[in-house]
Design a protein around this ligand. Sequence first.
Ligand code: ADQ
Length: 469
Amino acid sequence: MSKEARLVVVSNRVGPLSDEGKAGGLAVGLADALRRRGGLWFGWSGETSEAGTDSQAKTETEGEVKLVTIDMTEDQVAGFYLGYANRSLWPLLHYRLDLARFERETDRTYRAVNREFARRLMEFVSEDDLVWVHDYHFFYLGEELRRLGFKGRLGFFLHIPFSPPEMLAALPGANDLVGAMLAYDLVGFQTMTDRRNFANYCKHELHGQKQPNDRVRVGDRVIEAKVFPIGIDAESFAEFAASEEAEEHAAMLRSNVGRSLPIVGVDRLDYSKGIIERLLGFERLLENYPERVGTVQFLQVAPLSRSEVEEYVDLRGEFEGLVGRINGRFAALDWTPVHIMTTGLTRRALAGIYRAARVCMVTPLRDGMNLVAKEFVAAQDEADPGVLILSRFAGARSELGEALIVNPFATDEMAAALERALTMPLEERQRRWRAMRDKVFANTAAEWCRKFIEALEDAGREDGDRPAD
Ligand code: ADQ
């Protein structure tokens, strides 16, 4: 058997390779795969400098794995990251055409930064490598690598949703963007819906055809488009939840809520996560079920995110205003209904909070997968598991159907789901939780990585149908 190809991962931010206290499932899964095969992880250093993408590459080596990063200029960050990626693509791909801003300048910078990253990456790759590009920051990177003559295997995974063609078509240059995805041998999505939206775009807007075996043809280019729902490192997370640090945090939460039942939400402060709608659902619980006043407390952990982007500043104002209103309306001298925290937490502390929660609300308006839902499941204790309330619009819904599924826009439905969760008998909680646990432990981050890499190695192999570039 020939030696396994080296893995090259490209993502906006890289690592950490170790530091299990900080790393999320994605970093853990990728670090594992990189360590096993040897490899390279390439991306942005998170820093700005005058040289920008021309800066000297910074390299860190750990065993057989190298982390290589380059800087960007302030203008590159503004146009590529804050502008196009986070003000055009992020809202549009989360079905928020109303929030999407389209500017010629940021589009240009985005394409230029993709070209630059491809050019710099060429210094480090060889044709025998498997190159795996991640997420909406780098739609054009594969095409740029091909233009520079790279002939090896190229895969792309989109962590966020892919909106329907009718909506995506509003993006100036949408055909270029989706056309660029065809430079990859394999494109991966979180759900069937995302994959279908992509295939439909190719069919209706690029005059392509859907073909058997998850293939899509546009002109003489045939690529594979498949679904790979991402998972977490469930075993580690369950261990975190049983750690001393977790127990300390669980105890703090319990003493803070006193006799009340704790309901939690954990999300980056982002409009896609449905935090406002969730708070309205909680407020409606207190209105529709007045006996709940004084007996429940809602904790929202919401680390600030993308604070340089206007829509996120607006959201923060709205969020704080709404929390103030609910607290002003219902609080008593010895009880505050909503508690918020915007600080970062360690994985263990977070696991403790999940474990102490009676209910976890994961109610995004649209979400690629949502790892919080899976972390919450992994952190529960079989003797007394909490209840997951999950949006029908989270990618995680397709695996976690035993959660209480809600429409986050339906405020009364959310209140009713909360009441049902709070009164759910232990036996039913355990039954639902066991079913979800089995899936979270089966489809881990490591499995997700393995499946994607295997599919990338096999892409187009069966019938020799893979066209020359
Ligand atoms: P995100 O939008 O970032 O990811 P999500 O999947 O929920 O969303 O992951 C958030 C992560 O941040 C979780 O691991 C969570 O534990 C962590 N976190 C939240 N609050 C924290 C805090 N205060 N301190 C420390 N950590 C905190 C994108 C897509 C998702 C997709 C993932 C992975 O939007 O849909 O699931 O990528 O593909």
